[in-house]
Ligand binder design. Structure first.
Ligand SMILES: [Zn+2]
Length: 62
């Protein structure tokens, strides 16, 4: 009987199997999203609070 877990990103049922290299995620995309969220959090903690929405590629004119 396979172990089934929920994808932390989207909540999809994921079969916990050795061939599923993205577990506990359902796909590489969901894994990347979760890692991206982590990176963003670390960036915010290391940077200025409240500046999380600022995109370095888009200068603000106001
Ligand atoms: Zn997912």
């Amino acid at each position: 009987m396979p172990t089934v877990v929920k994808c932390p990103t989207c909540g999809t049922d994921v079969v916990w199997a050795p061939e599923n290299k993205f577990r506990p995620f359902c796909s590489e995309r969901c894994k990347q999203i979760d890692l991206g969220a982590w990176a963003t959090e670390k960036y915010v903690i290391g940077g200025k609070p409240g500046d999380a929405a600022a995109d370095p590629d888009e200068p603000h004119d106001d």
